[in-house]
Design a protein around this ligand. Structure first.
Ligand SMILES: Cc1cc2nc3c(=O)[nH]c(=O)nc-3n(C[C@H](O)[C@H](O)[C@H](O)COP(=O)(O)OP(=O)(O)OC[C@H]3O[C@@H](n4cnc5c(N)ncnc54)[C@H](O)[C@@H]3O)c2cc1C
Length: 430
């Protein structure tokens, strides 16, 4: 079993054109995940001199290359809860921002001819207990009644069994606008498109310090390879810890990096895969500590979850792999003996309200905090922040949101085991 991401391992590597670090650019983007690459593409398309500075040796090797491969619409939190807090108009707009985000991915795939198996087969949220169905039904009804998403549909246990070969589920809520894609091939295509349009992408270039030049948006970025002066800077650093938190301490107290873990089986063969998940959707279970799964184009099962409340590391990933193997066997006992070819973990950039945050502070622009629901929103926000930085403040669907620090959080998430215990107890009592 490889302790590596299936997505990056099975995609062609992106080769940055070799460039000396530019002394001056219009825009510097810190972080070469989906947010940074998408912003770079948008800036390059309009002719700006843009450079992506990525700490790792590859682009999209953190969350963007380590996720479950879901491109889901819908909020990460219940629409009705959000509407109760901020009102229907705002909750509706935020819900629709995710529809727009899936559309953005689909459009970029089409416009840049990115070969990444993009499909729109929908997401099915599955009830593992009969008493969860009521909440799913209320969610669906509320989305329909408020005219937010009239395409959602409740599937009963028999319908779910017709497309998911498992006895574990009591029904589900289907979001039809959700999609799936091969994350590694999408990343490679996005980076290649940005470069083709003129963006410079510098891997192995961690930004260690950012120095503000005057009171506007100009900054000097310090790296071990030299400095870059930029008229504008976008921080697209996700949850990762590459020196970034040292420089951008303000973000450190607002984002909790939480490990999420994934295993991928050997290819199951077309027939067995078709019997297992006939509709080839993305699937998530209803729980705080939930599972998510889907098939790949080469008929493997990708099965993930927040197996442990720990930070990803080789030991932690392997331990989580064993927990996920048990979850997989419980969900699909017929796959109990199947070989696992891949196991990895990654860091989710969780915020307290589980919604993204994007805007400007002290002359620096930022977009992050997608809270495990960011494959589509990161791509969307890269493009949207490029528009914001070009003068269109209303392009940011998450503008004007307060982002208070998390009390007691100074960077290292010491409280994760306690949070994990709390949520597993909550799931057991539900
Ligand atoms: C295991 C896992 C499963 C997930 N599953 C899903 C899913 O199925 N569906 C979904 O919608 N979302 C999912 N997500 C979330 C989604 O992948 C992310 O929200 C999204 O990819 C974030 O993209 P990003 O570009 O903002 O951040 P990242 O992809 O993390 O990119 C940030 C980049 O910034 C770089 N960086 C950081 N600091 C510096 C610095 N100082 N200098 C230079 N570079 C720096 C990092 O090296 C990194 O490459 C998952 C995440 C994980 C970890």
């Amino acid at each position: 079993m490889k302790l590596d991401s299936y997505w990056t391992d099975s995609a062609p590597a992106f080769s940055p054109a070799v460039h000396a670090l530019p002394g001056q650019v219009d825009v510097a983007i810190v972080g070469g995940g989906f947010t940074g690459l998408s912003a770079a593409l948008a800036f390059a398309r309009r002719g700006a001199r843009v450079a992506v500075l990525e700490a790792g040796t590859r682009v999209a090797a953190e969350a963007s290359g380590r996720n479950g491969g879901h491109v889901n619409n819908g909020l990460a939190v219940d629409y009705a809860d959000v509407a109760a807090k901020v009102g229907i108009a705002k909750a509706r707009a935020w819900y629709h921002a995710y529809d727009a985000a899936v559309d953005t991915v689909a459009r970029l795939v089409r416009e840049e001819a990115i070969d990444c198996d993009f499909m729109r087969h929908g997401k099915l949220k599955l009830a593992t207990r009969a008493n969860q169905m009521g909440a799913l039904e209320r969610s669906a009804q509320r989305l329909i009644d408020d005219g937010v998403d009239t395409e959602v549909e409740i599937l009963d246990a028999a319908s779910v069994r017709g497309e998911v070969q498992s006895e574990r589920f009591h029904g589900g809520l289907l979001y039809k606008r959700s999609g799936q894609m091969h994350m590694g091939r999408f990343a490679q295509g996005l980076a290649t498109a940005a470069q083709r349009h003129g963006a410079q992408i510098h891997t192995g270039t961690a930004v260690e310090r950012i120095e503000r030049l005057g009171q506007g948006h100009a900054h000097r970025l310090h790296t071990a390879r030299g400095t870059v002066t930029a008229q504008q800077v976008l921080l697209a650093t996700g949850a990762t810890r590459h020196g970034g938190y040292g420089s951008f301490g303000w973000l450190r107290r607002r984002i909790v990096p939480i490990g999420s873990f994934i295993v991928v089986t050997e290819p199951l063969g077309a027939e067995r895969a078709q019997a297992l998940l006939a509709a080839r959707r993305t699937y998530t279970t209803v729980a705080n500590i939930h599972h998510y799964f889907r098939l790949t184009a080469d008929h493997r099962l990708v099965f993930g979850g927040r197996a442990r409340f720990a930070i990803s590391s080789p030991q932690s990933d392997a331990a989580s792999g064993e927990i996920l193997r048990a979850g997989l066997a419980e969900t699909f006992p017929q796959l109990g003996a199947v070989r696992l070819d891949y196991c990895w973990g990654g860091l989710v950039d969780m915020t307290q309200d589980r919604l993204p945050h994007a805007g400007e502070r002290d002359g620096l622009y930022y977009a992050m905090g997608y809270s495990g629901h960011g494959t589509q929103m990161s791509v969307h926000m890269g493009e949207r922040m490029a528009a914001v930085m070009n003068g269109d403040a209303n392009a940011n669907p998450w503008q004007d949101r307060a982002w208070p620090a998390i009390p007691g959080h100074f960077g290292a998430p010491w409280f994760l085991p306690a949070v994990g215990l709390y949520y597993s107890l909550k799931d057991k009592l539900a």
